[in-house]
Design a protein around this ligand. Structure first.
Ligand code: NAP
Ligand code: F7E
Length: 327
């Protein structure tokens, strides 16, 4: 039987690289959409380069998306591409809206035009819950977004549901809480901390500047989350799911665990910088993934402590020049 074809937008990002690995293990023919840049940015998928097929297109360019779908004719399409860093969304709100909100409609329009049988996954975000009304948050919790990023994701979420309801597309939205890994971008707080811990431990830095240490998040492991994305597209009916661990920590607890792990007292190295506080903060997020557990049989496998230690170890190895290509 011919292999199923999957197309991933955002394949060069953290989740895209894990999803590509996972789908290859499942026997898929994996295609990835990449945008043109003056230098290639394929670090996270370098170890997969001979097993995935990459195609240039851009979420800003409708025709490029249509042509891409015509060329690949995927059975499953995972939309992971976005401007995903919350602080940048205040500096570039319009661009964030173009990528993260309207980009979803452009892809859905391409699906509708080229092949409405394509199963579509949209990477929605717990940031949509924002200033939360209830704890923990589930699929029915109202959205009170607090950043241009979160507002754009709310649009992406509802346009996905709208195309399901209007045109009968198999379109699903996965509302993921924060998920991290050694491949997380260094601007996000977990990786910023584990990278700094490694540099401080090795004598390459003497402090790290952070913002709000009191913010609380439900942090999981990216490798677990991409499995849930896939499971959502294997169901009989398209539905939306919260993906979360159900365990919450503060940024300060993250810092304590990471510094403790290498035997350092965080208070000597962490400086709180008011410039890193956000214009509107999301103080606390905690997910209820009961529906994913029950209907998808999905469970996270990596605890927060294991995740942070995994990331510190990978950053130490990287600075010692011992990193493996897939770390
Ligand atoms: P990421 O590491 O920032 O990756 C984003 C990807 O989007 C990159 O491959 C990037 O390509 C691509 N991209 C950005 N703009 C594009 C454009 N105009 N055209 C084509 N590609 C473009 O993000 P991630 O952490 O893997 O997250 C994946 C998705 O899940 C994102 O939509 C994010 O908003 C969402 N999400 C993430 C989390 C989380 O905790 N990680 C939680 C909830 C939702 P370049 O390499 O060229 O920059
Ligand atoms: O911030 C606080 C910051 O940037 C987490 C994205 O993947 O998850 C991510 O968004 C918390 C915030 O992630 C620093 O104020 C303190 O409260 O790691 P982050 P995020 O904003 O939660 C969601 C689910 C997504 O969808 C997004 O795409 O940590 N914090 N000090 C800091 N954050 C950063 N970045 N840097 C600091 O120095």
């Amino acid at each position: 039987m011919a292999a199923r074809r999957a197309l991933i937008t955002g394949i060069t990002g953290q989740d895209g690289s894990y999803l590509a690995e996972f789908l290859l293990q499942q026997g898929y023919e994996v295609h990835g959409m990449v945008r043109r840049s003056s230098t290639e940015n394929f670090e996270r998928i370098e170890h997969l380069r001979d097993r995935v097929q990459l195609h240039q297109a851009d979420l800003l360019d409708q025709l490029s998306l249509i042509q891409l779908l015509r060329q690949v004719r995927p059975h499953e399409l995972y939309n992971l591409a976005a401007q995903s860093f919350v602080p940048t969304s205040w500096a570039q709100p319009l661009l964030t809206g173009e990528f993260t909100a309207l980009g979803v409609t452009r892809l859905l329009e391409a699906v509708r035009l080229v092949d409405p049988e394509i199963r579509f996954f949209q990477a929605s975000s717990s940031e949509m819950f924002g200033a939360v009304d209830e704890v923990p948050q589930n699929e029915n919790t109202p959205f009170r977004p607090r950043s241009p990023y979160a507002v754009a994701k709310v649009y992406g979420h509802f346009i996905t549901i709208n195309y399901r309801e209007s045109y009968g597309l198999f379109a699903c939205s996965g509302i993921s809480f924060n998920h991290e890994s050694p491949r997380r971008g260094k601007e996000f707080v977990t990786r910023k901390v584990t990278d700094a811990v490694a540099r401080i431990k090795l004598g390459l830095a003497d402090h790290v500047r952070l913002g709000n240490l009191q913010a609380r998040r439900d942090w999981g492991y990216a490798g677990d989350y991409v499995r849930a994305f896939w499971l959502m597209l294997q169901q009989d009916q398209p539905e939306d799911f919260v993906i979360a661990t159900g365990v919450q920590h503060s940024v300060q607890e993250l810092v304590e665990i990471a510094f403790d792990y290498v035997g350092l007292d965080w208070r000597r190295y962490v400086r709180v910088d008011p410039a890193l506080f956000r214009p509107a903060e999301v103080n606390s997020l905690l997910g209820d993934a009961s529906k994913a557990r029950e209907k998808l049989g999905w469970e996270p496998t990596v605890s927060f402590e294991e995740l942070i230690r995994m990331m510190v170890d990978a950053d130490l190895q990287r600075y010692r020049g011992q990193s493996s290509p897939a770390s």
